[in-house]
Design a protein around this ligand. Structure first.
Ligand SMILES: C[S@@+](CC[C@H](N)C(=O)[O-])C[C@H]1O[C@@H](n2cnc3c(N)ncnc32)[C@H](O)[C@@H]1O
Length: 242
């Protein structure tokens, strides 16, 4: 996969592309990430990219000109999936990460200041938000998206690690433990230490169900539940009410 990130702050990505899974995925040729400074495409003699807002309002807005010029200069721009990061976009989630992981070429535009001139929408396919809060710029948002997309690409990490993760089947991952078995009076649940794989699977399933019910009831409504799951949830609901 090819990913182009358009930003005014390319230096923010140096740690991101040179650490952990992203670094290894680049080295293995799983992904090619290019970070492009769209200030280089400014037509202003002082390389200015922002200006005051028509109709008034606080702050400065990024002009559509340098971004559109930068986009058009990218090889394969027309066929690539073009995204802008924006709090006004549709919310990013694991399903979106899986969808984008199927693309061959993604271009992500990072806004800054008060955002980008709305005419940018004529050059992109989607506006994506990473959550209902305001970041200073799209850099952190694009890193979050790229991280979650790249780890889904074949060869980035072992596929078993992906299969059991949160949000598969609209459930959160069960609690996990490592050594020591006892610490400060807190013990690892015995069932996880006794080697009975059927019992472990069952414990994990119901732990995952309880955790999703407690932390993300919105997901439970979308999950496929067996009769036994529904009965277990009913006991949790009863406990909550009593
Ligand atoms: C300070 S924000 C602009 C906020 C804008 N004035 C508003 O109220 O919707 C500047 C840039 O940060 C990025 N950004 C901020 N919050 C974001 C979020 N939740 N998801 C994705 N990008 C975000 C976008 O690229 C945005 O153009």
């Amino acid at each position: 996969m090819k990913i182009d990130i358009l930003t005014l702050f390319p230096e923010m990505f140096s740690g991101f592309v040179s650490s952990s899974i992203i670094k290894r995925a680049i080295e293995k040729g799983v992904v090619d990430i290019r970070v492009i400074d769209y200030r280089d495409y400014s037509t202003d003699k002082h390389h200015k990219v922002d200006d005051t807002i028509y109709g008034g309002g606080a702050g400065m807005l990024i002009s559509v000109v340098p971004i559109a010029n930068c986009l058009k200069d990218i090889d394969g721009y027309k066929c690539a999936k073009k995204i802008i990061t924006s709090p006004t976009g549709a919310t990013f989630n694991q399903a979106k990460a899986k969808e984008l992981a199927q693309e061959e070429h993604i271009i992500i535009v990072c806004g800054h200041y008060e955002g980008i001139d709305a005419r940018i929408n004529n050059y992109i396919d989607e506006e994506i938000s990473i959550g209902d809060y305001i970041l200073t710029g799209g850099e952190v948002a694009s890193m979050a998206m790229v991280d979650s997309i790249v780890r889904l690409l074949p060869g980035a990490i072992t596929s078993e690690s992906i299969e059991d993760e949160s949000f598969n089947d609209n459930m959160l991952e069960y609690d996990q433990f490592t050594k020591p078995v006892s610490f400060d009076g807190y013990d690892v649940p015995f069932v996880l230490t006794n080697g009975n794989h059927e019992e472990i699977k069952k414990w994990r399933h119901f732990n995952s169900l309880a955790k999703t019910y407690k932390n993300r009831p919105d997901l439970i409504n979308e999950a496929k539940l067996s009769k036994e799951d529904k009965e277990y949830l009913a006991t949790l609901q009863k406990d909550k009410l009593s």
